[in-house]
Design a protein around this ligand. Sequence first.
Ligand SMILES: [Zn+2]
Ligand SMILES: [Zn+2]
Length: 150
Amino acid sequence: MSLREKASGACLCGAVRFTASLPSLFCAHCHCSMCRRNHGAGYVTWFAVPPAQLVVESGAEQLARYESSVHGRRSFCRLCGSSLFCESTRYPDRVDIALGAMNEPIDREPQLHTYFDSRASWITLEDDLPRLGGKTGFEPLPETKPEEGG
Ligand SMILES: [Zn+2]
Ligand SMILES: [Zn+2]
């Protein structure tokens, strides 16, 4: 088994280019309302690495930062608006990177859904990944079970 050691990514216009060294810490679909609004998407798929494993190769001067909460900071390309990174002072040992910005696969598939209780009403899912939520976004949710059989 040959594990991928690095994966590169870029914003839409290509000004910001970066490399993430692997292994990653996790990969998750986030259904929180801030991610949804920030990306204009139904939910956002992130993977996380320790901050030292993320290197901005070019365009660092085009990275704008937005404090989306008292603890969170989101980085995007000021030329094309692509949202790329999310950091939180609550989790200083990781930086989240938008999986959709990557040029190639990383070392894992998405593993779970976070903030699932904040999901958009028009989202339907066809996977059986764990669906977590609550205050931290990573807590087990009460079983809702729409139509499960067997
Ligand atoms: Zn850009
Ligand atoms: Zn989110």
